[in-house]
Design a protein around this ligand. Structure first.
Ligand SMILES: [Zn+2]
Length: 203
């Protein structure tokens, strides 16, 4: 074990920072040192923002988004098209779609995908609440866009959701699979090429 060069408080800060996605022990040390050097401009407001987030953050009861109130900003926005629900795995996917500003719909965050190998079944995901939302008496939902990742688990989940909505007249769509914008065919794997050919569209 390497000898500690700082007191336990700073060591603890480094250890916690190292748990953040994208930060290893080395970058965590750099981040901690940066925070300490910028105590007033950065460390202090960050600590305050974290305390406030800890106190106020909650999950939206309707869609599972993260916000400081429930229903969340998106669910309580009257300008949103309530006839479309975009189903995503994680809040980060919801945020990505919102950043792209491609659709003015509402969302449903599953909290993962079906993965029997990892022991993740339908009851571990927000699937029942989605079906309830779609089939509810006051539901205005006409379309479900399944925007899960293009993985085996993601596709299994998409099929499961589709099965749950059999017998309804809800239109179920999924994101196109294929060539990424700016992508070069030569660099794509065979699975992507097959998907791109299968989901080709009229020019
Ligand atoms: Zn919401």
């Amino acid at each position: 074990m390497s000898k500690s060069v700082t007191g336990p408080e700073i060591e603890r800060l480094i250890q916690l920072l190292a748990k953040l996605p994208g930060l290893g022990p080395r970058s965590a040390r750099r981040a901690a040192l940066h925070l300490i050097k910028k105590k007033d401009q950065l460390l202090s407001p960050l600590a305050a923002a974290m305390g406030e987030a800890l106190e106020k953050v909650r999950l939206c009861e309707t869609c599972g988004n993260v916000d400081t109130f429930s229903p969340c900003t998106i669910c309580s926005d009257p300008r949103r098209d309530r006839s479309i629900i975009v189903v995503v795995e994680d809040v980060s996917d919801l945020w990505a779609l919102e950043r792209a500003a491609v659709i003015n719909a509402t969302y449903h965050v599953l909290g993962g995908v079906l993965s029997p190998l990892d022991g993740i079944g339908p009851e571990d995901l927000a699937i029942a609440s989605m079906v309830e939302r779609v089939k509810g008496a006051d539901s205005a939902v006409r379309e479900i866009i399944i925007a899960v990742n293009a993985t085996v688990e993601g596709q299994t989940t998409a099929h499961y959701i589709t099965d749950q909505l059999v017998g309804t007249d809800i239109k179920i769509t999924r994101l196109a699979h294929g060539v990424p914008v700016g992508g070069e065919l030569d660099y794509l794997d065979e699975g992507t090429l097959v998907a791109a050919i299968k989901s080709r569209s009229r020019f």
